[in-house]
Design a binder for this molecule. Structure first.
Ligand code: GUN
Ligand code: ZN
Length: 426
């Protein structure tokens, strides 16, 4: 059964950072069939193309690609918005005790379901998540996403030092458990495995080397980790890896730098690190609500985009303080303001859809509305609250009408979510 959705269908024909806001276009209708987008265009043309299609009219609402959250920790769902700590204390006080609970598969299943329900309610159709060190925590999120038909990425978080007893693996077990999970899940339905060393401080050089070898043997996998989030963390890395040239070198030396590598935060980068990340076309993932919440610093979106870096946008739940990519776009705007580079709404929306999909090397599948792409869509009400409605009263352009929702919108702005061409019932 085909579905014809009517509304203001927003898609990108280019990257607004390079091509300006003209890189976005509006159409009146989108036709979905067999999980994919069959056509985008004028309602009458698409009706003629598929006279049998079921029609849903969303009126003035915006129909966009579903949001893509390129860096989250689903196991931190329950500790989101925990007060008063910076990175290392925050990990020890809140994160590690909570991640310990994922030794219980029933708890992992409960949180995985809750996490996907929360993010879908906020219009996020794809995520790239860390799990915990427990293989069952990967099984839980993969199975929950599979049941919902979602395209997601996740991997077992590997740590063999500087983490509490019960939350440490070894170089060998990290390699072998990751390899077994990869064999079980990678490429099954819409699921992908991501090789996941948490960050250099919680891995020995032997563990980084073992995971570098696993990545070399499985080049179709992405690899995710953290890079240069806080100054204290960078000092710690310097002490733990005295012969490394810089933080990035701790990954580079062990085969963990490359295209398909996802580096979360990447705030305090040395010139050499920026150059190498650009040379290999690695992905940098900007997590603005996390960076302000944990007090990490201000990502240089303007400078890094201008230098040609591949960049995605993410909540970093639960270091990030929201499940919403709208709130995340707002925080990216605010960080941009503090760096003297206000991001245009088209740039923000692109980052939350195409940019993140591109960072995950999936921009041919998700993150835009175009014929042949997978039909993951979010329908946005641009008048979801009285405050937003009055702020849009004099809007002349699409972006003027959308910006108050970016800055003030929440799950009330999400009118509907479609996953692989099926309406997702909340
Ligand atoms: N660095 C290493 N682990 C984490 C984490 O769980 N959250 C954040 N924000 N940074 C990290
Ligand atoms: Zn993170």
């Amino acid at each position: 059964m085909a579905d014809l959705l009517l509304g203001q269908v927003l898609s990108f024909t280019g990257d607004p950072f390079l091509d300006g806001p003209e890189a976005a276009r509006l159409d009146g209708a989108v036709l979905l069939e067999a999980g994919r987008i069959r056509a985008v265009g004028q309602a009458d043309d698409l009706r003629r193309m598929a006279p049998q299609a079921r029609v849903t009219d969303y009126g003035r609402a915006i129909i966009s690609a579903g949001f893509v959250d390129a860096h989250v920790h689903y196991p931190q769902t329950a500790i989101i918005a925990s007060w008063g700590k910076r990175l290392i204390d925050w990990l020890n006080s809140y994160t590690f005790p909570e991640e310990m609970r994922f030794a219980d598969p029933a708890y992992a299943e409960e949180v995985a379901a809750r996490y996907l329900d929360l993010t879908l309610a906020h219009g996020t159709t794809s995520v790239c998540s860390y799990a915990t060190i427990h293989p069952e925590s990967v099984d839980a999120l993969m199975a929950a996403a599979q049941a919902r038909g979602q395209r997601i990425w996740t991997g077992k978080t590997c740590m063999d030092r500087n983490a509490p007893e019960g939350l440490r693996d070894t170089p060998q077990s990290a390699h072998d458990d990751s390899a077994a999970l990869l064999a079980r899940w990678h490429g099954v339905d819409r699921l992908s495995y991501v090789i996941t060393p948490r960050f250099s401080p919680t891995s020995t050089p032997d563990q980084l080397a073992a995971l570098g070898a696993l990545w070399a043997a499985n080049p179709s996998c992405l690899m995710q980790t953290h890079l240069s989030e806080q100054l204290d963390e960078i000092e710690w890395v310097r002490g733990l890896y005295p012969s490394a040239r810089d933080y990035l070198d701790t990954y580079e030396a062990f085969g963990l730098l490359g295209k398909g590598g996802l580096y979360g935060h990447a705030i305090h980068l040395e010139p050499r690190e920026k150059d190498r990340l650009r040379e290999v076309d690695a992905s940098l993932i900007h997590c603005p609500t996390s960076n302000t919440f944990i007090g990490s610093g201000l990502f240089d979106m303007g400078g890094l985009k201008a230098a040609g870096h591949r960049i995605g946008l993410a909540t970093d739940t639960g270091g990030g303080s929201s499940f919403s990519m709208l709130r995340t776009m707002a925080a990216a705007y605010e960080v941009g303001q503090l760096r003297g580079r206000p991001l245009h709404p088209s740039e923000l929306w692109w980052l939350a859809t195409q940019g993140s999909a591109r960072a995950l090397h999936a921009d041919h599948q998700i993150g835009n509305i175009a014929a042949g792409m997978e039909a993951d869509l979010v329908v946005i009400d641009t008048a979801s609250t009285p405050a937003i409605t009055q702020a849009t009263a004099r809007a002349d352009t699409l972006w003027q009408a959308l910006f108050p929702t970016i800055m003030m919108g929440d799950d009330r702005a999400i009118r509907a979510v479609w996953i692989a061409g099926k309406l997702h019932q909340r």
